[in-house]
Design a protein around this ligand. Structure first.
Ligand SMILES: C[S@@+](CC[C@H](N)C(=O)[O-])C[C@H]1O[C@@H](n2cnc3c(N)ncnc32)[C@H](O)[C@@H]1O
Length: 368
């Protein structure tokens, strides 16, 4: 449910005070506070959108798209209706500007569009959170997500020992790491967070630059390998925690460098992961994301559990903006001639635009 992310009434009151202190907060949480679309709709567009939304299956579809971007087959599974029927309803939502279709290889993802999606969020946000129809759709979405999470966990448990080799198969690793180090620079890092830390290679690379470092990963098998690596390298400032990137088990507003390295393309909701990462940043903190540029290697889905075929710069920039961050720099690392099977990797660096001051730091702690 869209509005659930705002927490209970007490927290909502707190966030409002915080918003007064820090204007960028409202940008970061626009899905909570926005009562009108960013771009106004014309009268005709509003009428089209309301007509399209005013039907049971389409309203249910909008409810689901408020939660995540989803493929047709996932929506078919959740709603238990035929594929042609769901496709027809989706087309009507797209035509009315409420949803958009994003084709990527053999899969097509549907998500809320801009600006019509904001209207959809408003509409769905007005439905009773306990409403049985939307609540049971959400419950089925949760089951589908849990199934995927278990599949991913099984994949990583099976591949953990091989992971460093697998990553090097597709990415020009040495050049990527050089770019990561160059972008991080040598300014002191107080606290580093590596989300989806895997076998701990990024911690090995970056923890020596930080006073303290925390690695979070869902997979105990990956964490075991990371633990062995950290001990072998005697990185005493590193701690590891099992946890989900969507609800990282770390303090809010506490890290000045957060890294998400080769994780986003496995996730069903990369935007949510970035928004959660942004919440862990201190004012002025930086988020470094490393992933593949958009590609067409469909086989990576089948053989290596990828969900997304990389990301375009525009998509990441939009997700960073949604998360309340501003892009600082982007570096593309293309494979060298002869490096067959490798893909272009991109390093995106974004920053929390809030100003670092003790007052604001205290305010952010109060909120956290
Ligand atoms: C491809 S590996 C990358 C590991 C590491 N960042 C690296 O580049 O070597 C992806 C990692 O993301 C983790 N992961 C996948 N989904 C996750 C989630 N929802 N929360 C936390 N970790 C997750 C996996 O367990 C796996 O260790």
């Amino acid at each position: 449910m869209c509005l659930l992310t705002a927490g209970g009434p007490r927290q909502r009151q707190k966030t409002f005070r915080y918003e007064l202190l820090l204007p960028s907060f409202s940008k970061r949480h626009k899905h909570i506070f926005m009562s009108a679309p960013r771009t106004p709709l014309s009268f005709d567009s509003l009428l089209d959108a309301l007509e399209a939304a005013g039907e049971v299956t389409r309203l249910r579809l909008l409810g689901l798209l408020c939660e995540a971007e989803l493929t047709v087959s996932e929506l078919v599974g959740i709603l238990g209706q035929s594929q042609p029927r769901i496709s027809r309803h989706l087309k009507l939502l797209v035509d009315a500007g409420l949803a958009e279709r994003h084709r990527e290889g053999a899969w097509a993802f549907f998500r809320l569009a801009d600006p019509g999606g904001a209207l959809a969020r408003d509409l769905i946000g007005r439905v009773d959170a306990q409403d049985p129809t939307l609540a049971s759709d959400r419950a089925r979405l949760d089951v589908a997500r849990e199934t995927r999470r278990k599949q991913a966990a099984a994949y990583f448990a099976a591949q953990a020992a091989e992971w460093d080799r697998i990553r090097a198969m597709h990415a020009p690793d040495a050049q990527v790491e050089a770019a990561v180090l160059a972008l991080v620079g040598d300014a002191p890092v107080q606290s580093l967070l590596d989300l989806g830390a895997g076998t701990g290679r990024m911690l090995e690379l970056l923890a020596p630059l930080a006073q303290r470092a925390v690695g979070v990963d869902l997979s105990p098998a990956m964490l075991n390998l990371a633990r062995a690596r950290i001990q072998e390298r005697r990185l005493r400032n590193v701690s590891l925690r099992q946890g989900d990137i969507y609800a990282p088990p770390v303090e809010r507003a506490a890290f000045d460098l957060v890294v998400i390295h080769q994780v986003l393309h496995f996730l069903d909701d990369p935007g949510r992961a970035l928004a959660e990462a942004a919440r862990t940043l201190r004012p002025g903190g930086r988020l470094l994301v490393v992933d593949f540029a958009a590609h067409e290697e469909e086989a990576l889905r089948e053989h290596f559990a990828h969900r997304r075929l990389g990301f375009s710069g525009e998509e990441i920039a939009a997700l960073m903006q949604e998360a309340g961050l501003e892009m600082v720099e982007t570096r593309l690392i293309a494979p060298r001639a002869g490096e067959t099977g490798k893909l272009t990797v991109v390093v995106w660096l974004a920053r929390d635009p809030r100003i670092i001051s003790d007052d604001l730091r205290n305010a952010s702690r109060e909120f956290a």
